[in-house]
Design a protein around this ligand. Structure first.
Ligand code: HSE
Length: 292
């Protein structure tokens, strides 16, 4: 491993993610075909070009994530030029921050000649994001569920989404900061509410893994959704619109405010959302991050 390795250009494509999937709070998510494309080039001075509002100094999340890798390998503060083009809406519950973290860590790893294995990348990205439910599917693609082992490393399972399953996401014209959406959550829960979410999370992953799309109607939650839905003005109307179009399940995407709907065979069709909401119908990304 040597910085001499970094002679060319590193290109990274990271998918958006929808975390939680109802009861899989902080542990489960799926990758979506909406991307942040990051190009990293050699440069004498840190230079950051982004098509979305983002800091252009060392506090930039892509760069600070790169720097977490550089620091591990004795290259702290190594200057680079970063160009980021992202179609993932910010502060929307579609993993835009996780995409920056995964993109930065994977790009820096490539710049240094790939000293990190996939497991090291998953561990570091989880540490930087605080939980694996966005970074994990962004790295491995498909539907992924992770947990933190007693030694602090991340263990996980993943499955490709069943063919025939289609998704839609509705994003409102207002943002919701993850920190605000987390501040709304209680510190303790009743056993009944824990079992409500736990049972649904287990069946949800099993439904994805076995291809039993109809069983995804189990998606539901009492750990975060009841406290966040009041922060998402219009949620009930959007849920009704999705259900009227045949959605099997509807849930808050990540910390919100985006709403995720899962449909069976055939594209989600004839969905009329309330004013101020944007509809996207991305494919599930079964590949995960790509580094060239
Ligand atoms: N699991 C996280 C949450 C995802 O719901 O707060 C957003 O970071």
């Amino acid at each position: 491993m040597s910085s001499d390795f970094f002679k060319g250009i590193v290109r990274v494509r990271v998918p958006a993610t929808s975390a939680n999937l109802g009861g899989g709070f902080d542990c489960m998510g799926l990758a979506l075909g909406i991307y942040n494309e990051i190009v990293v080039e050699k440069c004498d001075k840190l230079t950051i070009v982004s098509d979305v509002p983002a800091p252009t100094d060392a506090s930039n999340l892509i760069y600070s994530s790169m720097n977490a890798v550089f620091g591990k390998y004795g290259k702290k503060d190594m200057p680079v030029k970063i160009t980021s083009k992202s179609d993932i809406p910010q502060a929307s519950g579609l993993g835009s921050s996780a995409a920056c973290i995964v993109g930065g860590v994977c790009a820096a790893n490539a710049v240094l000649g790939k000293p990190m294995k996939k497991a090291d990348i998953i561990d570091l990205c989880t540490e930087l994001d605080g939980h694996p439910d966005n970074v994990l599917p962004a790295i491995v693609g498909g539907v992924a569920a992770g947990y933190i082992k007693d030694d602090g490393k991340v263990g996980y399972v993943r499955t490709a989404a069943p063919s025939g399953l289609t998704v839609a996401v509705a994003t409102p014209d207002f943002a919701l900061k993850t920190s605000d959406a987390r501040a709304a959550l209680p510190d303790t829960y009743s056993r009944k509410d824990c079992v409500y979410s736990l049972s649904r999370a287990v069946v949800t992953f099993g439904a994805f893994a076995s291809g039993n799309v109809e069983a995804l109607e189990a998606i539901g939650d009492k750990l975060h959704q009841p406290y966040r839905i009041p922060l998402i003005k219009g949620y009930a109307e959007v849920e009704r619109a999705f259900k009227a179009s045949g959605a099997i399940a509807v849930c808050v995407s990540g910390a919100g405010p985006t709403v995720l709907a899962i449909f069976g065979q055939g594209q989600a069709k004839n969905i009329t959302l309330p004013k101020g909401w944007t509809l996207r119908t991305p494919k599930v990304d079964n590949v995960g991050v790509i580094v060239e």
